[in-house]
Structures are given as C-alpha cells and as structure tokens.
Design a protein around this ligand. Structure first.
Ligand code: PLP
Length: 378
C-alpha cells in the first residue's frame, strides 16, 4: 500500500558502484564511508551495511550518538567520530569501541588519560584553513614540543579537511595541502587523510592513506561544472492527489503569489517543506511527469505543493500517476541549484514521511521501466 505518500527510492547498488568508482580514483588509498547525518539523510541502517559489503571498513560520523547507532549495525567497523569527545563521553566511546577525532589539545589529554596504560585509538585533526575544528598552529607547536602528550594514543591517522576542493581555481587547496604536509613532519609518524569527495577528484590533492568521501557516494557531483562521474542514488516520486482546472486570473496557494494567465490545470502533490522540499523552491522548482517538465507554481506549503500541468497530456496524469521531484532528469544537484543551495542540504533534508524503498542492486533505477507510474509502488 503506497497510498498518498511520496516514494523515496534509494539505490544501494548505485552507492556500491560509487564506492567502487571512488576506490578506483583514490589510487590505492583506503576509502572510508562518511555516514554522518543518517548517511546524508538516506538511512544509515541500510547504507552502512551496503558500504561494508562494497569493502568499506572505516566509517565517519559526526556525533557520539551516531557512532553508537552505527556500532549496533556494524560490529567490526572502525568508526571515527568527527566532532570529538566531550568530558562526559569517555565511557561510551570505550564501551562502543568508537574512535574519537581529537580536535584540540584538551581532547588529546582527556583521551590519553582515559587510556590508563592501554593504547587508545584516535584520529588527530589538524586545521589547515577551515578554521572550524582541529589543532591550530599554536596547539601544533605545543604538541611538537611535548610529543609525550601523544603517548598512550594509537594514532590511526592525522587528518585535515579541505575548504574549497570543489573549486578548480581556488589556491586555498594547494595552501592547505602544503600546510598539512608541513604540520605532520613535526609529529610522530602515522597514516594521513586529507581528501573529501571533491578532493578525491582534484589533481594536486594526494589521496595519502585514507580518503573520506561522503556526498559522492550518494550521487552529488564532486566536480561541479564537469560531468558527474557518480551514479544517481535517489529518486523521489510523488503521486498526483488531484488535478483541477482553474480559470484565467485564478491564484494558486498561500500568499496568492501565482496567478494563471489563461485557463490552466494544476496538480497537487503530497510533498512540502516539512518533507525537506524547501519553501524557496516555490516558483523555481520543476517536477517531471515522464519526459514532461511541470513547473512548481505557487508557494510550497508544509505538506503539499502544486505544479502546472496544462501542457501535459491528460493520459499521463490519470491516477495512479506520479510526478518525479528527484530522478534521472532532475538530479539532486538540479534541485539544489533551483533552491540556491547544495546537494548536501537537499539530501540531508529529505523527510521522514516518505515511503522509503531500498533497491539492493538487483533492480537498478537505470534499468527500471520508464513510466509515469511508479514502477515499485503497489
Ligand atoms: C563531512 C566530512 C567529510 C565528507 O565530505 P564530502 O564533501 O561529503 O565528501 C569528510 N571529512 C570531514 C572532516 C567531514 O566533516
């Protein structure tokens, strides 16, 4: 029973293919899976085992709570927690065998002291230009002067994070790369990790020992302005709830922001900003009905949005017809551009009211029948 819910289809086969693509690109480096924020909104309980089957053994989340959730799904994985370790979090980190990313000297001291003799695994984050998390120059100098502060830590890798790897011309990437190479020379030797998704594809960014892609696994284009090397992972199909004919001059939706200039047909879909389909897509977004584009008209409201289907043949609209808001002709990056944001925000915003379908790779969206009726709904 699909009913009046929109259907979010996540193609796990495409995620596995994207993992393999990143591995080929990363030239021998280990490829971690970044699965913070519920695997960028796609469902970590399904996505993480898929990545594990594809060969991933290291995962990153942002929060302790996410790490605990992931540990319940993957007993053997190495799980790094990017946001560091708070004073009252030492016990759960140990209990769930989570590896903190230590972002400041106080965290290094905390985790070393918790070790009490045993060697505690840790990632060490060095700030090279994000000015967000990680050891700054002063802390690095202090650490280089007192390397004993790292005693008792089993350093899994030094990592740093790139700010502009998606921008081909920006010189900050080269500056960060040089700062990272320089910073680690003063520290005890360990593995190194620098690249996020765009970094994996950026000439001049060394893959080192471990790369940390997130968005590219989920189909976001890591090299904006060039063809997307990743497979699309997500599609969002919404059933048409109603189609109405409105006379010339009628207005559509809250604020009466859209007035039709001729008799028009308006279709209503059960997707709104509470589902992560942003209100700023009012008047700019596009749905696809088969091969026909249908512009979003009027305001996107909490639970509903409206599209103009005047130009679309009647037969394509008959129930159970679906409009595709994200799909082969309407990528996550397209929606992001129309919303004035990035694919990451579109993915992580995807709501909890969709009926979610996970394709395990046996059926891929590329080979599924092209129809305005949703091929997996029933
Ligand atoms: C989120 C994050 C990543 C993954 O970035 P993508 O651009 O999604 O590949 C990697 N490293 C760190 C430190 C992050 O916070």
């Amino acid at each position: 029973m699909t009913g009046h819910a929109a259907i979010l289809t996540v193609d796990l086969g495409a995620i596995a293919a994207n993992y393999a693509r990143l591995r080929a690109e990363a030239a021998g480096a280990e490829v971690a899976g970044v699965v913070k924020a519920d695997a960028y909104g796609l469902g970590v309980a399904e996505v993480a085992p898929c990545l594990w089957r594809a060969g991933a053994r290291t995962f990153f989340v942002a929060h302790l709570s996410e790490g605990i959730g992931l540990r319940a799904v993957l007993a053997e994985a190495r799980i790094g927690v990017l946001n560091g370790i708070a004073e009252d979090e030492v016990a759960p980190f140990r209990e769930h065998r989570l590896t903190p990313v230590l972002n400041q000297l106080s965290e290094i001291d905390r985790w070393r002291e918790a070790a009490g003799g045993s060697r505690q695994p840790a990632f060490i984050h060095i700030d090279t230009g994000m000015s967000r998390l990680g050891l700054d120059d002063g802390e690095l100098a202090a650490l280089a002067a007192q390397p004993g502060r790292l005693d008792g830590l089993d350093i899994q890798a030094y990592l740093s994070h790139l700010a502009v790897a998606d921008e081909a011309e920006n010189p900050l990437t080269a500056a960060q790369t040089a700062r990272f190479a320089d910073a680690v020379t003063a520290l005890p030797a360990a593995a190194l990790s620098l690249a996020n998704s765009p970094g994996v594809f950026r000439a001049g960014v060394r893959p080192y020992d471990l790369v940390r892609p997130g968005s590219a696994l989920y189909g976001v284009n890591p090299i904006p302005g060039r063809g997307n090397p990743m497979r699309q992972v997500v599609r969002l199909d919404a059933p048409i709830l109603q189609v109405r004919t409105v006379p010339a001059g009628a207005t559509v939706g809250y604020g009466a922001t859209h007035a039709v200039t001729r008799e028009s047909r308006i279709a209503t879909l059960p997707v709104g900003y509470a589902d992560g389909y942003m209100r700023c897509l009012s008047g700019t977004g596009t749905a696809m009905i088969g091969d026909h584009p249908a512009p979003i008209v009027g305001r996107v409201s909490m639970d509903l949005l409206t599209i103009d289907v005047t130009a679309i043949p009647e037969a394509a609209l008959r129930p159970p017809a679906y409009a595709t808001l994200i799909g082969p002709h309407r990528t996550v990056d397209d929606v992001a551009r129309e919303a004035g944001t990035i694919g990451y925000e579109v993915l992580t915003g995807l709501g909890s009211r969709y009926k979610r379908i996970y394709l395990d790779g046996a059926v891929s969206s590329a080979t599924a029948p092209r129809t305005t009726m949703h091929p997996w709904g029933s």
